[in-house]
Design a protein around this ligand. Structure first.
Ligand code: CUA
Length: 322
């Protein structure tokens, strides 16, 4: 029975999905431990009820005389005493874990600001000027990271199931949480608080790297984009600057300094468009620019009337932004 329950559970939870039972972070591992503790208690409780039910059915055929008071030891021990002990134990372990999750295991070595928007994540490394990106976080392995959470609009909730428990982003407040990844890899994060039409398309990727790789990445992120453009890419940049893009987006080192939409300085290297709504390739990017609502209905970006003849230039320029 227990083996069947475990098999059923693992079949539903394992795989490539961001499972809380395949943890790689200190915070998530604690939540996983609590989950298994409660799971095995539940298994024992179900087995106990089934055994007692079977025993009651078996006994009934032999002896139908019931005396008042016969059942009292069972009610007292199994109906009151045992549940009391179990509930106190679960409560105690839960409190211990909650308390441990409030504080990081070691002092944070790095700070990251995460700002929730409908429906994407703005990510800033405040100790490195210019290090701003969207829908992706990179962190060094085996370091404690402080995450400051705010929202630009409605409530969201930041959750990387394999690395850390959820923390809400609440309007008018700064919430802090921490992240400590124990192994290298790529982990998907989600918004875990319903925040409107595209709540489900508000994903991010957390990449955990060796420290040297992370440091090199952060340095590249903070640097302005490369300047050696081809003729076509230069035409594309002119299209970008002439269109309304810069009213909402920033590309560092250009006239585009808008802050409503994601910073596009590294758009060419991002894992997706629209926080997981579409793959990041030329076709989808072109479709997104001309009609963003077709790929992510309800998002804040209006259609851009870029002439078809200018679109290839614009796309080849955007690809250089890495
Ligand atoms: Cu943001 Cu749900």
């Amino acid at each position: 029975m227990a083996a069947v329950l475990v098999a059923l559970c693992l079949a539903g939870c394992a795989g490539s999905a961001p499972s809380t039972l395949d943890t790689a972070g200190t915070g998530a591992r604690r939540v996983e431990g609590l989950w298994w503790f409660m799971f095995w208690i539940s298994v024992v409780a179900v087995l106990e009820v089934l055994l007692l039910l079977g025993w009651a059915l078996w006994r009934r055929r032999r002896d139908t005389r019931v005396r008042a008071g016969d059942a009292m030891p069972f009610v007292g021990v199994l109906g009151v005493g045992l549940p009391f002990i179990v509930l106190v134990a679960v409560y105690g372990v839960g409190l211990r874990d909650l308390n441990a999750l409030i504080r990081p295991p070691a002092g944070p070595e790095l700070s990251i600001e995460v700002i929730g928007h409908r429906w994407w994540w703005e990510v800033r490394y405040p100790d490195t000027a210019g290090a701003i990106t969207a829908n992706e976080i990179r962190i060094p392995v085996n370091q404690t990271i402080r995450i400051r959470l705010t929202t630009a609009d409605v409530q969201h909730s930041f959750w990387v199931p394999q690395l850390m428990p959820k923390t809400d982003l609440i309007a008018g407040r700064v919430n802090e949480t921490w992240l400590h990844a124990e192994r290298i890899g790529t982990f998907r994060g989600v918004c875990a608080e319903y925040c409107g039409l595209q709540h489900a398309n508000m994903s991010l990727i957390v990449t955990v790297q060796p420290e040297e790789e992370f440091t090199a990445w952060l340095r590249d992120l903070a640097a302005p984009p490369a300047r050696d453009l081809t003729e076509q890419q230069r035409r594309g940049q002119a299209v970008f600057e002439a269109a309304a893009c810069g009213a909402c987006h920033t590309v560092r080192g250009t006239t585009a300094t808008g802050t409503i939409g994601p910073d596009l300085t590294t758009i060419g290297s991002r894992w997706s468009l629209g926080a997981g709504a579409a793959p990041n390739d030329k076709g989808h990017l072109g479709g997104w620019i001309v009609n963003p609502q077709s790929l992510k209905p309800g998002n804040q970006m209006p259609p851009q009337p870029v002439p078809a003849s200018d679109l290839p230039d614009l796309l080849s320029y955007l690809e250089t932004l890495r």
